[in-house]
Write a protein that binds this ligand. Structure first.
Ligand SMILES: C[S@@+](CC[C@H](N)C(=O)[O-])C[C@H]1O[C@@H](n2cnc3c(N)ncnc32)[C@H](O)[C@@H]1O
Length: 376
């Protein structure tokens, strides 16, 4: 590779990070000083950026990963050329108006009272959806169901990324039947990791079936470049710092390795995880946790709100994947069509989100760690 192109690329990367840091105004001023001034200023700037922004910022943290590319590239304000003519300080006096802000009419004021988003409304919506629940047959967790689900999942994933004989890690393995089948049916060296240890692990573990209780985003026991495959089912949405976990997955995957992952998206209709008891779409977007907790308590259930799910959109996950260095090899969304009448009833709340996000329940993605990783 051309060394000057490499140096130029590295300089551009440093510039992008400094420009995204709190040192940006200073940096832009320096850039405008011109080529000669900039040259001598460059080294100092990089060091100052590092000190002011913190080393983590310069290294590409979770925060800079979600900054849109434009925020890293663009100056914070604009200056038209030629410069605008001065308008002077002699301002004209507008006419005196009593109560200038009084509303004459409003396109969006229909006069209708918004619904009270309370326990009574949850009750009413549940009755309405009793004959057409959002999830007619929710997953079950007896051992036979876990085994059947594990086999179905693995067959589908094996077809896409080949699990046979590989060293495979499952992120968020829960009871661990997928991991057990990986070693006993696919002849894999199979590893499961989860932040909660499950009773089944002690019985299922053997020399090719391993379970580890840790959060790899905080404390990863795995060697770099050591897994051929990573799989994960509906875990990322529960991860508090997904960027750190994804970054570690990238580190521990072999170059050329593949990951198959699915995650539930917060803006989708199912993300409350309460579809067994709240039968209508979007309870977590429509009702405060306190209201959901009060409804549940009134029905003899734990007085808790919707499940904890991070609020990343697909676009933010995608920015993470790309920023970390993954190549996205396949992508599918599992969606529930938007019930337009329901949307219209609650547009005051649901209208805050793009409609395209409201239909997306899950993404299934195949990621590749490129065989040759460009320096980043
Ligand atoms: C909805 S469950 C899915 C479990 C399993 N993958 C399945 O599909 O049945 C989410 C799992 O993710 C685990 N989890 C949450 N945060 C995690 C993290 N940072 N690392 C690994 N597992 C995590 C939880 O303990 C839980 O077992």
């Amino acid at each position: 590779m051309n060394p000057s192109a490499t140096a130029h690329g590295a300089a551009r990367a440093v510039w992008r990070r400094v420009a995204a840091s709190p040192a940006a105004p200073l940096a832009w001023r320096a850039r405008r000083l011109g080529r000669s001034g900039r040259r001598s200023f460059g080294g100092w700037l990089a060091r100052a950026g590092s000190v002011i922004a913190g080393q983590g910022r310069i290294d590409g943290t979770e925060r800079s990963a979600t900054d849109p590319a434009s925020a890293r590239r663009l100056p914070p304000s604009y200056g038209v050329t030629p410069r605008p003519a001065p308008v002077g300080d002699d301002w004209p006096e507008p006419p005196e108006i009593a109560d200038a802000g009084r509303i004459v009419r409003s396109l969006y004021e229909t006069g209708a009272q918004p619904a009270a988003m309370d326990v009574a409304l949850i009750e009413a919506l549940n009755e309405e959806y009793r004959s057409k629940p959002l999830v007619p047959a929710p997953p079950t967790y007896d051992q036979t169901s876990r085994e059947t689900r594990a086999r179905r999942r693995l067959v589908g994933i094996h077809r896409q990324i080949d699990l046979a004989g590989k060293r495979v890690l499952e992120l968020g393995c829960n009871a661990g039947f997928e991991v057990w089948y990986l070693s006993h049916h696919f002849d894999a060296d199979a590893w499961g990791v989860d932040v909660v240890e499950r009773a089944a692990w002690a019985t299922l573990a053997d020399e090719r079936t391993h379970y580890v209780c840790t959060d790899i985003g905080v404390d990863s026991p795995f060697d770099a470049d050591s897994f051929d495959r990573v799989i994960s089912f509906t875990v990322l949405e529960h991860v508090v710092h997904p960027y750190a976990v994804l970054r570690d997955l990238f580190r521990i995957m072999r170059p050329g390795g593949l990951a198959w992952m699915s995650a539930n998206l917060y803006r989708g209709p199912l993300a409350s995880h309460l579809y067994r008891e709240l039968l209508f779409p979007f309870p977590h977007l429509l009702f405060d946790d306190e209201v959901i907790a009060a409804w549940r308590q009134a029905h003899g259930k734990p007085a808790e709100g919707a499940a904890w799910v991070n609020r990343l959109t697909w676009e933010q996950y995608e920015a993470y994947f790309r920023r970390i260095g993954f190549r996205i090899r396949a992508l599918r969304f599992r969606e529930t069509p938007l019930d337009e009448a329901f949307y219209a009833r609650f547009e005051g709340i649901l209208g805050r989100y793009p409609k395209a996000d409201l239909t997306k329940d899950f993404f299934d993605v195949v990621l590749e760690k490129p065989a040759t990783v460009s320096g980043r």
